[in-house]
Design a protein around this ligand. Structure first.
Ligand code: HEC
Length: 160
């Protein structure tokens, strides 16, 4: 009996470990859903987004604009960093993480953009640890970012 329970627990732990891995490939072009949003967050934590490079030419805790908090650091994953370095278009799997801070420079939220296989961005937002805006290609985030269509939907420019 004890042994069976132990085996069951081990299997459950193994399953959790596998599920927790959240390989980026599975998050690209998946259905927009809560599960995907949680997996994306998990991916950011596992890959330690805090240690990712800043968007070239930007600095840590730079002043931010509405609706993105008072201060921000814009971090990019290695895939995005490589593309920018070689002047290429941001490829599927490129991640931009806007880390937002309040007026006293306390962490507040993450606004995230993940490039999809079809070239569109998936937008998601986390307030504290809470999934505040489910991953979405068409949602409220795009209402502003659409205006930047000619710049790959980004306010940041590569020249900066
Ligand atoms: C009211 C307009 C508006 C809405 C809505 C909006 N954004 Fe933004 N976003 C901006 C502006 C303006 C900037 C650049 C200014 C700054 O960095 O503070 C920006 C910058 C960003 C950046 C850094 C890359 C870039 O474009 O320069 C990310 C990532 C981002 N937004 C994600 C999101 C996500 C995710 C959402 C939805 C949860 C969202 N945004 C909703 C206006 C908006």
């Amino acid at each position: 009996m004890y042994r069976k329970t132990k085996t069951a627990i081990l299997i459950a732990l193994a399953a959790m470990a596998v599920a927790g891995c959240a390989p980026l490939q599975d998050l690209i072009d998946g259905p927009s859903a809560k599960a995907e949003g949680l997996a994306l967050h998990q991916h950011l934590l596992e890959k330690q987004y805090q240690s990712w490079e800043l968007w070239p030419g930007t600095r840590e805790l730079a002043p931010s604009e509405f609706p993105h908090g008072n201060f921000q650091s814009t971090r990019i994953n290695p895939r995005a960093a490589r593309a920018l370095k070689y002047g290429k278009e941001l490829p599927a799997g490129a991640l931009i993480v806007k880390v937002e801070f309040d007026g006293r420079q306390r962490f507040e939220a993450l606004s995230v953009m993940l490039k999809q296989k079809d070239g569109q961005w998936l937008f998601a937002r986390y307030e504290g640890d809470r999934l505040a805006e489910y991953p979405d290609k068409e949602g409220p985030c795009l209402s502003c970012h659409r205006g930047q269509k000619s710049n790959d939907y980004l306010y940041l420019s590569r020249a900066r």
